[in-house]
Design a protein around this ligand. Structure first.
Ligand SMILES: *Cc1c(COP(=O)(O)O)cnc(C)c1O
Ligand SMILES: [Zn+2]
Length: 390
């Protein structure tokens, strides 16, 4: 199944050999996995998905492992796309859906990236991984490393949600709490990895987490019978989900599965950490480091996303936008989604509720647009944030 043709730098287009251990390009760009799509198209059809396994590995021909035996899976992906009629009624959206990623293993969409990254680490003979994480990536890395029998070294900000800390420890990872932000955790991993023999699994610093996350794009197309929605609201921290979905749309068009029509891609950030919103509003091509980043939506506390240029390009190419939501509005949105639809969302996903309400109210979107909100995780990971006793 040698479907991967090569790896390619997302910034300078330099080519790299597949089946070798890679981190970034020498120019600093993230490496994308490229497939022999014309050959895949000849043998793999949308219809063949009818009998495919009910998780994200149903899309195996456009996923990176050479050997199916390498796959480390906990049943991730194929999350429900839920019609949200009651919430839609209150925010003025007649065709509103929630893609509920909280139902993944370890209760967030980070499982998608880790199933592919740990699978490839296993295939390439890596034994020890290290990762900086603002929360859910740690839980997912710990879980998949455990399932693969690998050693996981995790560095998290000391004020990370308790659930992520306890979960990662229980899953057998070696966890270090750092007095600082995810950017400080990343620096520690970079400084120590060579000496310790760790493979750096940081967001976008290895090629394979994007590949798992892109399946959110394949799934939404499949669940909508190959007609993409008009708008996608995506809570953007590192932006990997957005980058991955955009890559998926391109691949699917080349496979002849969808048209050239794209959803408006809407990056939702927290008011206390909005580097992408600021760069978008200033028409900048890169984001600036956001000082004193602070928000209870831990996954959005990324002061300087490595993929900033890619994210900004996607927002502009799709005629989307970027919008910041305060923590108070995030929790209001979360309570509304929970009480109207029965979905207890992570604050990151909850931010999309308020964002959608605002962009319909200001007529950026039409009431008849088909809109999908990505709830990237479960509210159960954030009981402190939702606690009514505060
Ligand atoms: C990590 C995370 C995000 C941000 O994801 P990116 O794809 O890196 O932007 C959003 N929500 C939750 C719950 C997360 O854990
Ligand atoms: Zn490059």
């Amino acid at each position: 199944m040698p479907n991967v043709s090569h790896l390619e730098c997302s910034l300078c287009a330099t080519r790299f050999e597949p089946n070798q251990i890679h981190n970034l390009c020498s120019c600093g760009g993230t490496l994308y996995v490229r497939y022999d799509l014309p050959a895949i198209k000849a043998t793999w059809t949308r219809n063949s998905l009818r009998s495919a396994r009910p998780d994200l590995w149903r899309y195996l021909p456009i996923l990176p492992p050479q050997q199916p035996e390498s796959i480390v899976s906990l049943g991730e992906g194929m999350t429900p796309l839920i019609r949200a009629r009651r919430l839609g009624g209150t925010i003025g959206a007649q065709q509103l859906w929630v893609k509920d990623e909280g139902l993944n293993p370890t209760a967030s969409f980070k499982a998608r990236g880790m199933t592919t990254a740990i699978t490839m680490a296993r295939e390439l003979g890596i034994r020890k991984i290290a990762i900086p994480s603002a929360g859910n990536a740690a839980s997912a890395a710990a879980a998949y490393a455990a399932a693969a029998g690998m050693e996981a070294h995790i560095f998290m900000p000391a004020d990370v949600p308790q659930a992520n800390y306890i979960e990662s420890k229980t899953l057998g990872a070696i966890v270090t709490l750092v007095d600082g932000l995810i950017s400080d955790c990343a620096r520690i991993v970079a400084e120590r990895k060579d000496r310790e023999g760790w493979f750096d699994m940081s967001t976008l610093k290895e090629p394979y987490r994007v590949e798992g996350k892109k399946t959110m794009g394949y799934e939404v197309a499949e669940q909508f019978d190959w007609e993409l929605p008009d708008a996608i609201f995506y809570p953007t921290g590192g932006g990997v989900g957005m980058i991955g979905m955009w890559k998926a749309f391109d691949e699917m068009e080349q496979l002849g599965w969808i048209s050239s029509k794209r959803p408006k891609m809407i990056a939702v950030q927290a008011a206390g950490c909005q580097p992408i919103v600021q760069a978008f509003e200033q028409s900048a091509s890169r984001a600036e480091f956001w000082q004193n980043a602070s928000t209870l939506a831990a996954g959005l506390r990324v002061p300087k996303p490595l993929g900033d240029a890619l994210i900004l390009n996607i927002i502009r190419a799709s005629k989307g936008t970027a919008i910041a939501i305060s923590d108070e509005e995030i929790l209001d949105g979360g309570r509304e989604l929970a009480s109207l639809e029965g979905i207890f969302a992570a604050p990151e996903g909850a931010a999309c509720v308020t964002a959608a309400r605002k962009l319909i109210a200001n007529q950026f979107l039409e009431p008849t647009d088909r809109i999908v909100l990505y709830n990237t995780g479960s509210g159960l990971k954030y009981l402190d944030a939702y606690s009514p006793r505060k």
